[in-house]
Design a protein around this ligand. Structure first.
Ligand code: SAH
Length: 252
């Protein structure tokens, strides 16, 4: 990343970005439209960090503000998600290759999932930035490194042994997945999807329309089924915060 550029770092909930905000150097705060934007530096990189709150509308409004008010040059979304694909386990990280809004449906006027008047279904992330991020996460998952961040007993609470990084499709929509029916429906319609969350594809659409490079990084907090609410709550407090801090530190 180039030091003269500004990077917007976005999460949905405080736990996803608080660890990053506390590390900012020369930090200043700005309140706009019910959000607090934190400007500052991570190493020599100028960044603006914010949590958007949950859902596609909240995320889209926050990204537009980052672009128009703070003039950021690129966007990194960091957060948690529910695992959909059988290979994706709690504690793994998914870096998006592309994103789709699974709840967009203007059929029969347009094919299901296509964004009307844009003629697009999948939004691509920045390939080289995403792949670089996958490499950083692989490094973090080297067992020595991982145990320095989180103790083996803490990891064992979530059955995390050797977490993996995946690169592929993320689906977003305004639903928290907490039943196998929701999960199986999505799998049947979009079999390539690795995980589900509530903001990424909205961030992706806004960045696409403004022509700005972006990445989306999601740690798997739950299996998007009946146990999701329990797993989600404890995971964000205990694991994802630490991962998030480390991933961002490695980026700059
Ligand atoms: N604890 C919050 C609700 C969290 S909603 C409250 O009480 O208000 C879940 C958040 O994590 C969303 O931002 C979403 O992007 C992500 N997420 C994690 N697991 C998910 C799942 N199973 N389904 C959908 N989104 C999920």
């Amino acid at each position: 990343m180039q030091a003269d550029k500004i990077i917007g770092i976005l999460g949905a909930i405080p736990q996803e970005v608080n660890g990053i905000i506390t590390q900012l150097k020369n930090r200043s705060e700005h309140k706009i439209g019910n959000r607090t934007y934190y400007q500052g530096y991570i190493n020599d990189q100028k960044v603006v960090v914010v949590y958007s709150r949950i859902g596609k509308v909240a995320a889209a409004a926050t990204v537009a503000t980052l672009l128009l008010e703070f003039k950021v040059d690129s966007i990194a979304f960091i957060g948690v998600a529910g695992g959909i694909h059988a290979d994706v386990k709690v504690g793994d990280v998914v870096v998006a290759k592309n994103l789709v809004q699974y709840d967009m449906d203007a059929s029969p006027l347009r094919p299901k999932f296509e964004i009307p008047l844009l003629g697009k279904t999948y939004f691509d992330t920045d390939e080289s930035w995403s792949k670089e991020t996958c490499d950083h996460i692989e490094e973090m998952f080297g067992l020595e490194n991982l145990y320095q961040l989180i103790t083996p007993s803490e990891l064992a609470k979530f059955n995390i042994t050797t977490p993996k990084v995946h690169y592929g499709t993320i689906a977003s929509g305004d639903q928290f997945f907490s039943t196998s029916t929701q999960k199986n429906n999505l799998k049947a319609q979009l079999p390539e999807v690795l995980c589900v969350e509530m903001e990424g594809a909205a961030v992706a659409q806004v960045c696409y329309e403004f022509g700005v490079p972006f990445i989306v990084i999601r740690t798997i907090s739950d299996n998007a089924n009946e146990e999701a609410s329990f797993s989600f709550q404890s995971f964000v407090e205990e694991v994802s915060l630490v991962y998030g801090q480390e991933i961002i530190n490695k980026m700059f």
